[in-house]
Design a protein around this ligand. Structure first.
Ligand code: HEM
Length: 508
């Protein structure tokens, strides 16, 4: 029953307060108007229906009905944290990017994630871990949207939707199915290196703090003179690498399916701030051709190229609001700043389009005005309007050229030039070397690590019911390294002669 204001002294106090300033933290509608009762709807008498005129009730239900937005098409399950990045070396000879200027401290927001699971899925998945960093630099936002391993499954963006369809839960059952995933991989030998990383200990970190990161693709550094170098970025954890062994995964999910988030937030909240060092590998354009593989193929690492430490990132704050920070954060490999540009890597080129596109759908055209995505410097251009715009843009000259109020542009920030040649074409890259680095990676593992890789990978291969897909997969691992393939063949009860014949038929 509603209390009568006249009978209750507390309500008299409320009445007297409401005449002047409304007390802070009192319950209001979205319009700011005070709410007298958030527990009982307004009704027609004691037994009658609820009234449509109870605008607070209607608004509360409407807002609730609209709480969900589309989850990310991939990387739906994630965890965010704020922090800072500080450079540790002078690399002005390589890049003009302000974020690497000595003495600077750049605020960052990081989102870690798994790839294929839904928003509430367990965090212990046989999946890459997203490692996306937004640097709020003085010259705009730079997003480094990477993962915890240095390579990827495929090398052309045109295959990405198919790769994701095969690995996400089945279109019929809604459950992930290794049969579908390996049907795709059996026809994508370029995935052999990444699969070897994924099924090794590296592929199952026990905490976001205990893993490395990589931007995977090559990018370009451009210095103040306009000179270009190709660069690969890698994060190395200061906390050490730790992983779950295949036999520990189910128990760990049973204990705490939110283990990665609880670990990260637990550490930050008790002041144990995790840190990663940023390393770069740098090549001159003339050095790209030096490998037995294509240097701009994201299924490969740059073997034998020195790594140079250039900075350290510290995560020190758990966001106050999961939705407004982590869910509404939007990272894009195309979000670059002067001094850092995209390379010609075919996967990266597709990613340059896909992220901002999905974010305009997922969050709306003005998603870069949401505080977590907003640059810390002033935005100044002629883009305007659109749903939920609140940019505060002023002035009627919203076009260019103009003699009245043109926004100046500095030619020093034009894109760097890249020589190109040839005719338009649709051909796979040369020097694919699909199995080379999977073999090198396998041989570098300790004997215990090799055993755990065989255990994890054969566990999933044993679910593959299509014989020809199973033999294709085994032939790829055998081609990478005969010991690797032989042990997998044994663990999956396969005919080693058939594997050997299939492997001999493969191109390098
Ligand atoms: C052509 C290939 C790819 C396409 C088309 C693609 C597309 C996407 C899309 C649409 C999203 C969701 C973004 C959002 O809703 O905000 C996403 C998220 C993500 N992707 Fe990719 N992706 C590709 C390859 C890769 C690769 C190679 C990496 C790692 C190097 C990667 C790392 C990530 C990460 C870390 C996220 C999550 C970002 C976050 O935390 O919000 N993706 N990707």
């Amino acid at each position: 029953m509603r209390h009568s204001r006249l009978r209750l002294p507390l309500c008299l106090l409320f009445t007297s307060l409401s005449v002047g300033a409304f007390a802070a933290n009192e319950f209001t509608r979205d319009s700011g108007a005070p709410v007298g009762d958030n527990q009982n709807s307004q009704t027609a008498g004691a037994d009658g229906p609820v009234l449509l005129q109870d605008a607070h009730l209607i608004e509360k239900l409407q807002r609730f009905d609209r709480e969900r937005i589309p989850e990310r098409v991939v990387h739906a399950r994630g965890t965010g944290a704020y922090g800072t990045f500080e450079p540790t070396a002078d690399i002005t000879d390589l890049t003009r990017a302000e974020v690497f200027k000595s003495g600077t401290s750049t605020p960052v927001f990081v989102r870690f994630s798994t790839v294929m699971g839904y928003r509430g899925s367990p965090e212990q998945a046989r999946d890459p871990r997203g490692f996306a960093v937004k640097f709020y630099t003085t010259q705009g936002n730079w997003d480094m949207v990477g993962i915890n391993v240095p390579v990827f499954f495929i090398r052309d963006a045109i295959k990405f939707p198919d790769f994701v369809h095969a690995n996400k839960p089945s279109a019929v059952t809604g459950v992930q199915d290794p049969n579908l995933a390996f049907d795709f991989f059996a026809h994508s030998p370029e995935a052999t290196n990444m699969l070897t990383h994924m099924y090794s200990l590296e592929g199952m970190p026990d905490s976001y703090r205990h893993m490395n990161g990589s931007a995977v693709h090559a990018f370009k550094f451009v210095n103040a003179q306009g000179e270009v170098h190709y660069v690969k970025f890698a994060w190395k954890t200061q906390q050490g690498l730790h992983s779950l062994e295949p036999g520990q995964v189910s128990e760990s999910i049973g204990k705490d399916p939110n283990m990665m988030t609880n670990d990260l937030y637990g550490a930050i909240n008790k002041g144990d701030f995790p840190k990663w060092d940023l390393y770069v590998q740098v090549l001159k354009p003339s050095e790209l051709g030096q490998f037995a593989f294509n240097a701009l193929d994201d299924t490969k690492v740059w073997t034998g190229v020195a790594e140079r430490k250039v900075g350290t990132m510290t995560l020190n704050k758990v966001p106050d609001n999961y939705f407004e920070s982590t869910e509404e954060s939007a990272f894009a490999p195309s979000r670059l700043v002067p001094g850092i540009e995209a390379s010609e890597d075919r996967m990266l080129q597709g990613r340059l389009f896909a992220y901002a596109d999905t974010q305009m759908y997922r969050l709306g055209a003005n998603y870069q005005q949401i505080p977590v995505n907003q640059p810390r410097n002033k935005v100044s251009n002629n883009s305007q309007d659109g749903a939920m715009n609140s940019s505060g843009r002023k002035g009627e000259v919203n076009y260019e050229p103009s003699g009245i109020a043109e926004i100046p542009q500095d030619p020093q920030y034009k894109y760097a030039s890249t020589p190109v040649s040839g005719v338009t074409q649709q051909l796979a890259i040369k020097k694919q070397a699909n199995f080379l680095q999977a073999g090198e990676y396998y041989r570098a593992l300790s004997s215990k690590e090799k055993g755990l890789l065989i255990e994890a990978l054969s566990g999933d291969l044993n679910h593959v019911t299509n014989e020809s897909n199973k033999y294709a997969m085994l032939s790829y691992f055998y081609k990478a390294d005969p010991d690797y393939g032989t042990r997998l063949a044994k663990a999956t009860h396969a005919d080693i002669k058939r594997v050997d014949t299939a492997a001999k038929a493969l191109a390098n």
